[in-house]
Structures are given as structure tokens and as C-alpha cells.
Design a binder for this molecule. Sequence first.
Ligand SMILES: Cc1cc2nc3c(=O)[nH]c(=O)nc-3n(C[C@H](O)[C@H](O)[C@H](O)COP(=O)(O)O)c2cc1C
Length: 190
Amino acid sequence: MANINIGVLTGSLRKESYSKKTGLYIAKLLPEDFTAKWIDLSGLTMYNQDYDDGGNPSREWQAFRQEIKSMDAFLFVTPEYNRSITAALKNALDVASRPFGQNAWNGKPGAIISVTQGKLGAFGANHHLRQSMVFLNIPLLQQPEAYLGNIAELFNESGEITDLGTKDFLQTFADAFARWVRTLTKAAGK
Ligand SMILES: Cc1cc2nc3c(=O)[nH]c(=O)nc-3n(C[C@H](O)[C@H](O)[C@H](O)COP(=O)(O)O)c2cc1C
């Protein structure tokens, strides 16, 4: 069976980001034929259409677009900033969606998990992200929905999750994501 490449995108640039920790944790729960790679968004400058119109997109944009094109599916872990997604994550979506007609995300399956140190599970960010994904044509896993609140309390100092209920839930989420990706990549002839 061909290897399935998963791009893990986490919406925070913070060194000790819980979104990143969560993404890396879920990556380890995926089946053996899945290769998950965390994609660094910190080098992406703000999207400006002038550079695409002038035919001189930056090297960083080009490399990022290539990397997104090389992936079979995406896991998005989003924090919530002011009830929406972060500028860093939105910028990444925008950069790889252009130039017009060359949407690198097109047709590749994805899943979203939202995390916050607050109590509400970053529902606002989770669903704002879903809105963009309709237009980007990233078919999303619907269930289980994943909203992780009080995230700071879930990780111990070695970056592991100890709460059994959360561990079980994340394994269920990872399994459902893997099934979703297999179904869609098979349909696409992979
Ligand atoms: C600018 C800003 C806005 C925030 N807004 C929200 C918010 O609307 N809802 C929420 O639950 N947490 C909010 N937070 C708290 C973040 O969820 C928390 O800092 C989280 O840990 C960020 O993710 P990270 O750990 O991956 O960096 C906000 C944090 C920042 C810096």
C-alpha cells in the first residue's frame, strides 16, 4: 500500500504552543503507513497578490506551495484568537490557495481540532476554519468534532497527555481521520 503523507498545520507560532503539541501527539496515533510532517508556518510573509501578479512570489511561498502539493491530506490544529483563527493560519491558507487557479489544497481531505487554554474549546475558530475550507475544497471529517478546552492541564512536562478520557478521545479522532483519508485518497486513485 502506498504511503500516505499528512501535513500537520498548527495555527500558533509560539515556541511552547499547545496546538503544536497536540498536532505532534495525534501524529503519533496514526497508522504505520501514514507519514505525518509538521509544517512550519513561521517563515511565511503576509500574502500580497502583487507578487503573484508580477510573477515573482517569494521563495518561501513557492516552497510552501510545493510542500502543500506534495501532501495527501491535512490535519489542522487551531488555537482561537478573538473567537476566530490566527492570522498565521489564515495567511497559510491564502498563500497556498494562489495564484488564481492553482489552489494547492484542492480536493485533499482534512480534519480540524481546536484547542484553547480556556473552557469553550475554541468552537469559534474551529467553525471559522470550516468556512474557508468549503471554498478551498478541502473535504473535512465531520465526526467526531474535536474541541479541546483547558489544554494546559492536559499535557505533562514531557509533552504527554495523561488523562485517560482525552487519550481515548484522541485515538478515536485519529482513527476516524485515518479512515476518512483512506476513503478519499483511494477514490482519488492513490
Ligand atoms: C491574541 C489572543 C487572542 C486570544 N483569544 C482567545 C479566544 O478568543 N478564545 C480562547 O479560548 N482563547 C483565546 N486566547 C488564548 C489562546 O487560546 C491560548 O493562548 C492558546 O494557548 C493559544 O494556542 P497555543 O498554545 O497553540 O499558542 C487568545 C490568545 C491570544 C494571544
